[in-house]
Unconditional design. Structure first.
Length: 107
C-alpha cells in the first residue's frame, strides 16, 4: 500500500490509499473523485486526463504512441499531461501527485 495525492477541480488536495497494480484512474474513481474513465483504461477516451506534478515527470515511463495520440485530442493538454489509466500504481509511485482536468468535470 501507499498513497497518491490528487488535486481536485477546486484545488483541494486528497491523499488516496493506492493499491499496487491498479491504474491511477481506477484509484481516483474508486475514492469517489470526479473521474470518468469511460473506456475502462483502453486508451480510447481521454476522460482520465490528469496533469502530473513536475517532480514526478521524470519518474514515469514515457507515454506510448497511442497515449500520445489520444492526448493530442485533449483541448486542455499541457506538457505535464498524462492519461491516468496508463499509469499503473506500484511502490515506485508512492506519493505521486496529479491534478484533475477541471474541464472534464461534469456539473
Ligand atoms: S480511461 Fe479512457 S483513455 Fe483512460
Amino acid at each position: 500500500m501507499g498513497v497518491i495525492n490528487v488535486i481536485d477541480h477546486e484545488g483541494r488536495a486528497h491523499e488516496l490509499d493506492a493499491v499496487e497494480g491498479w491504474r491511477v484512474m481506477e484509484i481516483i474513481r474508486e475514492h469517489g473523485l470526479p473521474m470518468e474513465g469511460l473506456c475502462g483504461g483502453a486508451c480510447a477516451c481521454a476522460t482520465c486526463h490528469v496533469y502530473v506534478d513536475d517532480d514526478w515527470q521524470a519518474k514515469l515511463h514515457e507515454p506510448r504512441d497511442d497515449e500520445d495520440a489520444m492526448l493530442d485530442e485533449v483541448p486542455t493538454v499541457a506538457d505535464t499531461s498524462r492519461l491516468s489509466c496508463q499509469l499503473i500504481y506500484s511502490q515506485d509511485l508512492d506519493g505521486l501527485t496529479v491534478q484533475l482536468d477541471s474541464e472534464l468535470v461534469k456539473a
